[in-house]
Design a protein. Structure first.
Ligand SMILES: [Zn+2]
Ligand SMILES: [Zn+2]
Length: 253
């Protein structure tokens, strides 16, 4: 309802460059030109984490990932317009832009996209309350419509984590350690302070399906690796991940 009203009130112009949107694109927030400016991430890349770094020896990005975490892929580099689009999704109060971002992610090839379940990376309760929605869940739903895969909220964030800016990959892993848990993992106990979970039960068969974590941005992969670790502990067989953007990782050496 709110989105329908928003669509009527907002002029049909591109959120990023303000060009008028064609009638065909009226349901979108980003014009063709801006979408084509998003720079896709292309191989050669690390077969596991999808990081197109020059690879010598073992990949530093995914070396410490849990075994169950197989493959991660991102659609575009997080720069210029792509960064603005993520900003609009997270802070601009425009969850509708998830449709545009998911369109860019639709071609990502990860195990389970034909048969798996999409699992949004959860927000802490405080951030969820401030924002009113979880941007990763909106992305997962938009991608799920394209891939025709169900979205299952398997995870909760058990604590807030410090801002991840300027931490090394190792520090980032330590920062998010233990930040996720399965929703209602302890038979029927409520995870306190989490919204909307009172009657939720996870069918155990869900863990036997390939699981695909969905998040907006991949920086060092630490958050996704920790989320994958929580799924792994609960007995998940295979976990992959997709994100819209990938940060150009600074050189920590
Ligand atoms: Zn535009
Ligand atoms: Zn790697």
């Amino acid at each position: 309802m709110r989105e329908a009203v928003e669509q009527l009130l907002l002029p049909a112009e591109c959120l990023l460059c303000r060009a008028l949107l064609s009638f065909r694109d009226a349901a979108r927030l980003v014009c063709d030109v801006c979408r084509h400016r998003w720079r896709p991430i292309r191989p050669p890349w690390c077969a596991r984490c999808g990081q197109p770094e020059p690879l010598f020896g073992r990949c530093r990005v995914c070396a410490d990932w849990p075994t169950a975490f197989g493959v991660a892929r991102s659609a575009v580099w997080l720069e210029a317009g792509a960064r603005d689009a993520v900003h609009a999704l997270k802070y601009g109060g425009l969850p509708r832009i998830a449709t545009d971002l998911a369109a860019a992610m639709a071609g990502l090839d990860v195990p389970g996209r034909e048969s798996g379940l999409l699992v949004p990376v959860p927000l802490s309760h405080a951030r969820f309350r401030d924002r009113g929605y979880n941007q990763s869940e909106r992305l997962a739903r938009a991608l799920g419509r394209r891939w025709q895969r169900p979205v299952v909220d398997l995870l909760v964030r058990t604590r807030d984590t410090a801002a991840q800016t300027a931490l090394t990959p190792e520090a980032r892993l330590a920062n998010v350690a233990g930040a996720f848990a399965m929703r209602n993992a302890k038979c029927g106990m409520r995870n306190e302070g989490q919204p909307g979970n009172s009657a939720f039960r996870i069918p155990h068969s869900a863990l036997e399906r390939p699981l695909i974590l969905v998040d907006d941005v991949f920086t060092t992969g630490a958050t996704l690796a920790e989320a994958a670790r929580a799924l792994d502990r609960a007995g998940a067989h295979t976990v992959s991940a997709v994100t819209f953007g990938r940060a150009v990782v600074p050189d920590f050496t």
